[in-house]
Ligand binder design. Structure first.
Ligand code: NAD
Length: 335
């Protein structure tokens, strides 16, 4: 049809032909605009229907959670497995039949976790590794590939939490916090993500903190590092799901409130029965449940997730008044 408009009929003057060309261009322009609007409306209707479906599905999953993913036989690497939450994760993953690879800078503690897993009849391997050091992570990962095989679930748990006012942190301490709490995640993910992509499946878990959702005093570098972990995990989630490239690589970020591992030396909690300190066992069990449900965000306790969302919707002065009322955080560690 467009070609017919451009035909110059016999006897037609060049000026008429020029006008015809202009008319054709205008017509094409109008068709393009109409096409864009039709596309927009169709896509929008699709979005509304899809959102309604996903909303109902989420409500259904909330009421009746889907069955837990089976992790028997998975090769699960846990950093900071020598103590606290990492040790408990190692023990509990092994009880579910996973093959656990324990990494820690503290060799003696790490060995103890491996021995305890073996005593219970589980499979575990231990490697001394400073996860903040890229070269160390690379060398240990190569050993793991040879001696255990490809990791299928990576749990970045190792972390430190120096607790004092902002101006008392030396530049070296700040850098160290970021090296252990943030950069280590980059080195391990860069090491194992390629094999996840080749296999078309895998799971990255990052243990952040409630301080990675709500900042608090005496922990400025720590909070910053945990907020950074959130950026890393959310960015990776988007990158892997973009255009459906790697839908079976899962990401879970975990935000625990205070856990009784000794990391938080001086917790300050005004209402302990409302904000209880969890044990490392309880925390690890919640993390594993979240991993097995392939949840993207796990808050421990769960109510903190909703508390955080509600807080974000409040005006800042109200948020501050609420924080003052709760009076919860950590006091400076002077030891
Ligand atoms: N305990 C809490 O109250 C709490 C609350 C929220 C989040 N978290 C987070 O949970 C994670 C684990 O905390 P935890 O309480 O079990 O701590 P933890 O101190 O009990 O254990 C941490 C382990 O990480 C290891 N580690 C430290 N630096 C390392 C390095 N460079 N390379 C390898 N291993 C290293 C330590 O040796 C230790 O075994 C941390 O990321 C922490 O920020 C803890």
């Amino acid at each position: 049809m467009l070609r017919m408009w451009t035909l110059r009929r016999p006897g037609m003057k060049p000026a008429d032909s020029h006008n015809n060309n202009n008319n054709n261009k205008k017509m094409i322009g109008i068709i393009m605009v109409v096409y864009q609007y039709v596309l927009l409306v169709c896509d929008f209707v699709h979005l509304v229907l899809l959102s309604a479906f996903l909303m109902l599905k989420s409500i259904w999953h909330f009421v009746s959670p889907p069955p837990l993913k089976v992790i028997t036989g998975e090769v699960i690497l846990v950093t900071g497995a020598g103590h606290g939450i990492g040790r408990e994760l190692g023990l509990q993953f092994a009880r579910l039949g996973a093959r656990v690879v324990c990494l820690d800078i503290n060799e003696a503690n790490n060995k103890k976790t491996v021995t305890d897993i073996s005593k219970e009849g589980g499979s575990a391997w231990g490697y001394k590794c400073d996860v903040s050091c890229k070269e160390d992570v690379h060398a240990v990962s190569n050993k793991i590939r040879k001696e255990v095989g490809e990791v299928t679930i990576l749990v970045n748990n190792a972390g430190i939490m120096p607790c004092k006012p902002f101006l008392r942190h030396t530049p070296e301490e700040v850098i160290n916090i970021f090296r252990i709490n943030v950069f280590s995640h980059f080195w391990t993910v860069q090491e194992w993500l390629p094999s996840f992509m080749t296999a078309g499946r895998g799971h990255v878990v990052a243990v952040s903190s409630i301080a990675g959702l709500m900042a608090t005093s005496n922990l400025v570098p720590y909070c910053s590092s945990k907020y950074a972990v959130r950026g890393l995990m959310d960015g990776l989630t988007e990158e892997m799901r973009y255009a459906g490239r790697n839908p079976n690589i899962k990401f879970t970020r975990v935000h625990p409130f205070i856990v009784d591992t000794g990391l938080a030396k001086k917790p300050r909690i005004r209402f302990p029965s409302f904000n209880p300190i969890t044990t490392a066992e309880q925390c690890a069990a919640k993390i594993i449940e979240g991993v097995c449900r392939e949840e993207e965000v796990v808050c421990i306790p769960t109510k903190d997730y909703y508390g955080h969302i509600i807080m974000q919707m409040l005006p800042r002065p109200v948020q501050k008044a609420f924080l003052d009322f709760m009076d919860t955080g950590v006091d400076e560690d002077t030891s």
